[in-house]
Design a protein around this ligand. Structure first.
Ligand code: SF4
Length: 616
């Protein structure tokens, strides 16, 4: 019986069989005769989450454009499917051809969040591939990884053969070309890794060895292959119009988290929020042209039949031609009877006008992210919005008939005091007061949700040297806020779990030693750690104890800027000097302007022209 037939027999027994079928509109199948590189794009979470990730669609489209490359998708099976696969001894497989993953040439994981790391180990185990690169044979696939978490690759350094840093479109094509030449001459894995280590943006961890101080702290990273670069610079696609983008997305057979046509309008952000890793690692801002965006949007709608379309970026309103772009898109969507959704819009008059037109009487989904409750703390984190901005936009929203708003805040931010938490409750109360004033006798119509996440210090940000709050402190702050907010009529409160935020901090700034803990935690049963219902904190504590790793030293200890960081050899383009000066300015509550008003010297322009400088 073929693997497909064996899998088919299991499908009747699982909760969501469509996760494992493939064959969706615009998925690709190829005559294997001409294929020289079989690339498995592995998303370490379920189908529904992975299929919502635009990066997968971009890479899939770009690689499959070449006859000699076949990119297939691989997702983490749900627990029910995994149990059956293990019972029947069936290996992890690709969605397109139901080929065992072990038969891929390259298996590339995308690292979107730290809490997916145990799923990578689980997927390798299901595929029958040894976890550690040193334990794998020449016939095992090459294991690659990219995505935001690759900017601190060390927790996975013993597992991954090579990381790709930065934009993937161009580097993946180069790697596949080198792979095909190498395969044709029957080279060794070592030869392949040596060759690709010379490409910009490729990090081969086996060519570097961490050195630790006697007290166990990280000292430095030493090269053990002379020709490996001292610093690994990320890859930057300078012209987004110059790279391909899917005109026809794969259309999933079941509902996925984001199920709509989507076009990325720009990459990067100039605002410089000091807690935000994406704002640092994706610099500089690069825009896709208005014409190209509308052309892609039109093609996607026609080819997929989607009834909803969205645009994607870190901060939609910052697109230089946002008003004409939105006008174009609204017209096009109207003509095609498609609804338009515009996430991360700044709430100004233009946006309200647009939201009025696209949402009409529905008026759903108004969100706003002040992040901190006082002006002082917003200055510290460089979130340049004022109380006046918040209240005037809320007044406008309420006058225009919106009936609810979700406000996002973070607790545990550097220098935070209880006064800042009082500020969160005060903002919610003041917004309700505005609703009462504006709505008069219909005042019960409006409600506010305060949603609180926990600050996690991330590598390559000005706050990379900050200690995270202890879990007790987070819990106390949640309790305090809950009590305050429950006294305000019309306001509800929710918050993120503290244990998962703690784990995120450990792996966001972890070094190579935490890999043993990951493997041990997986062997104790940890997986899908980002899912509240599957996260098993006691098992993680056991894993830390058994592997002799002090999780608190990674999460709670403030770093010294004079010391090397485990990710110090990874160059995201933003200099350490800039991060440090931002950290000092944070401590003095000093803001840094959006660099569209003028360059602030982050350093990225030493690698690439930065076209946004001074454009405002
Ligand atoms: S180089 Fe200057 S203008 Fe460009 S992103 Fe950095 S600070 Fe902004």
């Amino acid at each position: 019986m073929t693997l497909t037939e064996q899998l088919d027999k299991l499908l009747m027994k699982v909760e969501k069989p469509a996760r494992y079928i493939g064959g969706e509109l615009h998925s690709v199948n190829k005559d294997l005769g001409g294929v020289k590189t079989r690339f498995g794009f592995a998303f370490p979470d379920t189908y529904e989450i992975g299929m919502s990730y635009l990066g997968l669609q971009i890479i899939y489209h770009i690689l499959n454009h070449f006859d000699s490359v076949f990119c297939e998708r691989i997702f983490a099976p749900g627990l029910d499917m995994e149990e059956l696969m293990r019972e029947e001894n069936l290996p992890l497989f690709t969605l397109e051809t139901k080929t065992p993953v072990k038969e891929m040439d390259i298996l590339g994981f995308t690292l979107q969040y730290e809490l997916s790391f145990t799923n990578i180990i689980n997927m390798l185990d299901l595929a029958g591939i040894p976890f550690k690169s040193q334990e794998r044979s020449e016939s095992d696939p090459l294991i690659a990884a990219g995505g935001p978490c690759a900017f601190n690759p060390e927790p996975l350094a013993e597992i991954i053969d090579f990381f790709m840093l930065g934009d993937g479109e161009e580097i993946l094509i180069d790697i596949c070309k080198i792979h095909q030449q190498w395969k044709a001459r029957n080279g060794s894995k070592r030869e392949f890794l040596e060759e690709i280590s010379q490409l910009k943006g490729v990090y081969v961890p086996a060519f570097y060895q961490p050195i630790y101080n006697e007290n166990g702290t990280f000292q430095s990273m030493e090269k053990i292959f002379n020709k490996a670069p001292d610093k690994i610079e990320k890859n930057i696609v300078e012209d987004l119009d110059g790279v391909d983008f899917p005109n026809s997305k794969i259309v999933p057979l079941i509902e996925v988290v984001h199920d709509r046509a989507v076009v990325e309008i720009f990459r990067g952000c100039t605002r410089g929020c000091r807690f935000c890793q994406a704002g640092m690692i994706y610099r500089p801002v690069r825009e896709r042209s208005r014409n190209r965006i509308t052309e892609i949007a039109k093609n996607q709608i026609t080819s997929t039949g989607y009834e909803e379309m969205s645009i994607l970026s870190l901060s939609t309103s910052d697109y230089s031609e946002i008003e004409p772009l939105v006008t174009d898109l609204m017209g096009m969507c109207r003509e095609n009877n498609v609804s338009l959704s515009l996430p991360s819009l700044r709430l100004d008059s233009f946006s309200f006008n647009v939201l009025e037109q696209i949402q009409g009487y529905k008026k759903t989904g108004l969100t706003f992210a002040p992040e901190a409750g006082t002006q002082r703390l917003r200055d510290v984190i460089n979130k340049c919005i004022t109380d006046k901005d918040i209240y005037s936009s809320m007044e406008q929203a309420i006058s225009l008939g919106w009936t609810s708003v979700k406000l996002y805040f973070m607790v545990g931010l550097p220098t935070e005091t209880y006064e800042d938490l009082d500020g969160i409750a005060e903002i919610a109360k003041n917004i309700m007061d505005i609703a009462y004033r504006v709505n008069g006798n219909k005042r019960g119509r409006f409600n506010v949700t305060v949603s609180v996440s926990n600050f996690v210090p991330k590598a390559h940000t000005p706050f990379q040297w900050c200690a995270q709050d202890t879990m007790e402190s987070f819990e106390e702050k949640h309790r305090y806020l809950r009590e305050k907010i429950k006294k305000i009529k019309g306001v509800s409160f929710n918050y993120h779990g503290t244990q998962t935020s703690h784990m995120e901090a450990v792996f966001a700034r972890g070094d190579r030693r935490v890999c043993e803990t990951l493997i041990r935690a997986w062997s104790l049963g940890c997986k899908f750690d980002g899912w509240r219902e599957h996260f098993q904190y006691e098992k993680w504590i056991q894993a830390f104890q058994e592997t002799g790793i002090d999780d608190n030293s990674y999460a709670f200890k403030a770093g010294n800027p004079e010391d090397n960081a485990p990710w110090g050899h990874i160059d995201c383009g933003v200099s350490k000097e800039f991060l440090l000066s931002e950290w000092k300015k944070a401590n003095q509550c000093e803001q840094t302007q959006d660099c569209r008003h003028g360059c602030e010297g982050c350093g990225i322009n030493q690698y690439v022209e930065c076209r946004q400088e001074g454009t405002l």
